[in-house]
Design a protein around this ligand. Structure first.
Ligand SMILES: C[S@@+](CC[C@H](N)C(=O)[O-])C[C@H]1O[C@@H](n2cnc3c(N)ncnc32)[C@H](O)[C@@H]1O
Length: 369
């Protein structure tokens, strides 16, 4: 998580919260900011960006289905009010959210799961259980500057941690609750045509039988134009009584555009790797309590460039980003700047307050066209 290394004077509108004995609070770390005045609204939207106060579990149903979810929730480090005190409680913490995401996700929805390495390891089985498939772990390397002067190497019994992970997941492609590869072969068999004829249908030597219709680990998501060829061939040459073939609604065969929707979008910028070297957030981007001169509002505020990187790679303009654990709504700000729509929730009134101000400021600078 991003640490504030530059404590600054307090603003008159907030008070420093005293340490409490409850284990589920950042307050014990003595860095929380509490804002006395109430937010001017408990939700705000201009049609492109929507932020809501409260538990996201109560809001998901009202949000448009996501193309991308950016999760930056509990880390098991008492990072914010309600974070768990270690990783052991994290599966229970995340499971209701993951179940809700899964219920609303499309086949093409991408998930970016931010966490510590042990936090992610603990939650990974829950993600798998709910149909999320691991793609890649990206490492945010904050560099030696992150710990400079803060580590006693004589006492520490591990190497100092300067990283977080941002793990990419996709939905497993499914039709009627089963992996799509089973449905593809079943549909082809319904046509009454020999399986090897699928190669002719797709205009390939043997890739259709060897990869597209394989039922094991060699299964390969076929290019959309090959899918269209397969569907057209089946509906032209297959037994007439069984038509339509490759239809999800029993009326209209799927098209190449429908097929594209079964897989998430990804565009890798040239020269990018899975190690993201970038210092923790400081300077003007960091939201402070009293403009530029106050204390950092949120210990976990994420850099906009990292949020932008993930959202830009996996969504197109106009698509929908969910940010279930909004904080200061960094993913929503990045989404807005990229012309994406977003929905976000934040449960803490103080963070919501500052986050709402940030979004309204952002909307003023970049109004809807
Ligand atoms: C790690 S921080 C996110 C920081 C954010 N990425 C940013 O850049 O500002 C997690 C946030 O999730 C909020 N939160 C925790 N549980 C929540 C829930 N059930 N619904 C909405 N927000 C929640 C916390 O109050 C905290 O501000």
């Amino acid at each position: 998580m991003t640490e504030s290394l530059d404590p600054a004077p307090e603003s008159p509108v907030e008070e420093k919260t005293r340490a409490r004995s409850t284990p589920t609070s950042t307050v014990g770390r003595g860095k929380a900011i509490k804002r006395a005045d109430l937010p001017e609204a408990d939700q705000w939207s201009d049609g492109q960006t929507t932020v809501m106060f409260g538990d996201s579990l109560d809001h998901y149903a009202a949000w448009d289905a996501p193309d991308c979810i950016v999760s930056d929730g509990a880390y098991g480090v008492l990072g914010f009010e309600g974070d768990t005190s270690d990783h052991t409680g994290m599966p229970e913490w995340y499971e209701p959210h993951i179940a809700a995401w899964s219920a609303r996700a499309k086949g093409s929805t991408m998930l970016w799961f931010w966490n510590s390495e042990i936090g992610w390891a603990t939650v990974h089985p829950v993600l798998e259980k709910h149909g999320w498939r691991y793609v890649n772990a990206n490492i945010w390397d904050k560099g030696i500057g992150h710990i400079a002067g803060n580590v006693n190497t004589k006492k520490i019994r591990r190497f100092p941690v300067v990283s977080e992970v941002c793990v990419q997941y996709v939905r497993e492609p499914r039709v009627k609750g089963r992996h799509i590869k089973f449905w593809l072969l079943e549909e082809w068999k319904r046509t009454g045509l020999p399986v090897r004829e699928s190669n002719k249908a797709c205009g390939v030597a043997d890739a259709a039988t060897r990869k597209y219709l394989d039922q094991g680990h060699l299964w390969y998501w076929m290019p959309a134009e090959k899918f269209q060829m397969l569907v057209d061939y089946a509906n032209t040459h297959g037994i007439p009584e069984g038509r339509p073939y490759f239809s999800q609604d029993g009326v209209r065969p799927m098209t190449s555009a429908d097929w594209e929707e079964t897989r998430s979008h990804f565009e890798c910028p040239h020269g990018m790797t899975n190690v993201w070297s970038r210092p923790a957030l400081r300077g003007a981007e960091r939201i402070k309590t009293n403009g530029a001169s106050g204390r950092a509002v949120h210990l976990n505020q994420k850099p906009l460039d990292l949020m932008t990187r993930t959202i830009e790679a996996t969504t197109r303009p106009g698509e929908v980003v969910w940010e279930p654990f909004g904080g200061l709504f960094s993913a929503s700000v990045a989404a807005r700047r990229l012309g994406r729509r977003s929905f976000s929730g934040e449960i803490d009134p103080t963070y919501f307050h500052y986050g709402l101000e940030r979004i309204i400021r952002e909307a003023g600078q970049r109004p809807l066209l």
